[in-house]
Design a protein around this ligand. Structure first.
Ligand SMILES: C[S@@+](CC[C@H](N)C(=O)[O-])C[C@H]1O[C@@H](n2cnc3c(N)ncnc32)[C@H](O)[C@@H]1O
Length: 271
């Protein structure tokens, strides 16, 4: 059985925090071993010191990508925390689009995992705008740090069971059968989402235009409070006036610490 010394664990977790913001306390020791064990085996390494050397010496980016793919938690699903999508439809969109003369609605799904959040937003937007959609630019930026989940997201193919939470009318309109078990997002929706690799630790964000809606749900739960605070300030700077910021329903943000105005649990607004 592979073991990790305290020193190796401290070095590895410091590296992970520095590069991805993800905070792994001592209680996650066994999780780290379990998730990295097969990587070490594949590389013929017998201890974490060799793995740390590999991380430090690899300039191809492969080591970093392997680490990210193994250690990030990518759990997600369509219509997750559906109350947010209802709120976007009933409150956020009507309010925002009446002040958008250039018909350019900008949305960012930050920490999008395998794409279900961004595609849910794209279906919502298509449904909301209906026949008027073609007049608008509503493309959604969806970013993540894990190349593995981004590949799945770009493919846009999901198991039939993954569609269970999606309203039937949307399932019929926005998916087509690949085979008896799988469904593909139709091009009309797929083309509305731009998936990109982006590490949220790279701040300030390099985007020229500000966003009207930012979703960063269930991502910051792995960050410590100072990393979180810095990241929220970076989101604030890139939010348009009157724009909205969503976090996961279980993520309590300290209202005193953040520049956004609190609207309701997990929903914030600039200005
Ligand atoms: C649990 S998933 C959340 C997916 C989706 N937002 C949702 O709520 O269902 C968290 C995602 O955040 C990503 N993530 C973690 N740290 C990140 C970072 N530093 N930069 C970008 N994405 C990151 C992970 O790769 C993972 O896919």
């Amino acid at each position: 059985m592979l073991t990790i010394s305290d020193r190796e664990f401290d070095m590895l977790t410091a590296f992970i925090k520095e590069n991805f913001g993800i905070n792994l306390p001592d209680t996650k020791k066994y999780l780290v071993i379990a998730r990295l064990q097969s990587v070490l085996q594949e590389k013929g390494m017998h201890d974490f010191t060799s793995f740390l050397q590999y991380l430090a010496s690899d300039s191809s980016g492969e080591a970093l990508q392997t680490l990210v793919s193994r250690l990030t938690t990518n759990h997600t699903y369509f219509m997750r925390e559906a109350i947010h999508f209802t709120y976007v439809k009933t409150t956020v969109l009507p309010e925002i689009i009446k002040n958008l003369p250039d018909l350019d609605l900008r949305i960012w799904s930050a920490g999008c995992s395998s794409g279900q959040e961004a595609y849910t937003l794209a279906m919502l937007i298509a449904d909301y705008f209906g026949a008027h959609k073609s007049a608008w630019d509503t493309r959604i930026l969806a970013t993540d740090i894990s190349p593995r989940v981004l590949e799945q997201a770009k493919r846009g193919i999901y198991d039939l069971g993954d569609l269970d939470n999606i309203p039937e009318a949307w399932q019929r309109r926005y998916f087509k059968a690949v085979d008896s078990e799988r469904r593909a997002v139709v091009p009309q929706i797929k083309n509305e989402v731009i998936f990109r690799y982006y590490n949220l630790m790279n701040q300030p964000f390099p985007f020229k235009k500000k966003f009207h809606i930012i979703f960063c749900r269930n991502v910051m739960i792995y960050f410590d409070s100072s990393t979180k605070k810095k990241l929220i300030n970076a989101f604030y700077d890139i939010t348009a006036d009157g724009g909205y910021f969503f976090v996961g329903l279980s993520e309590a943000l300290n209202r005193q610490d953040i520049p956004y105005r609190y609207i309701r649990p997990s929903v914030y607004q600039k200005g």
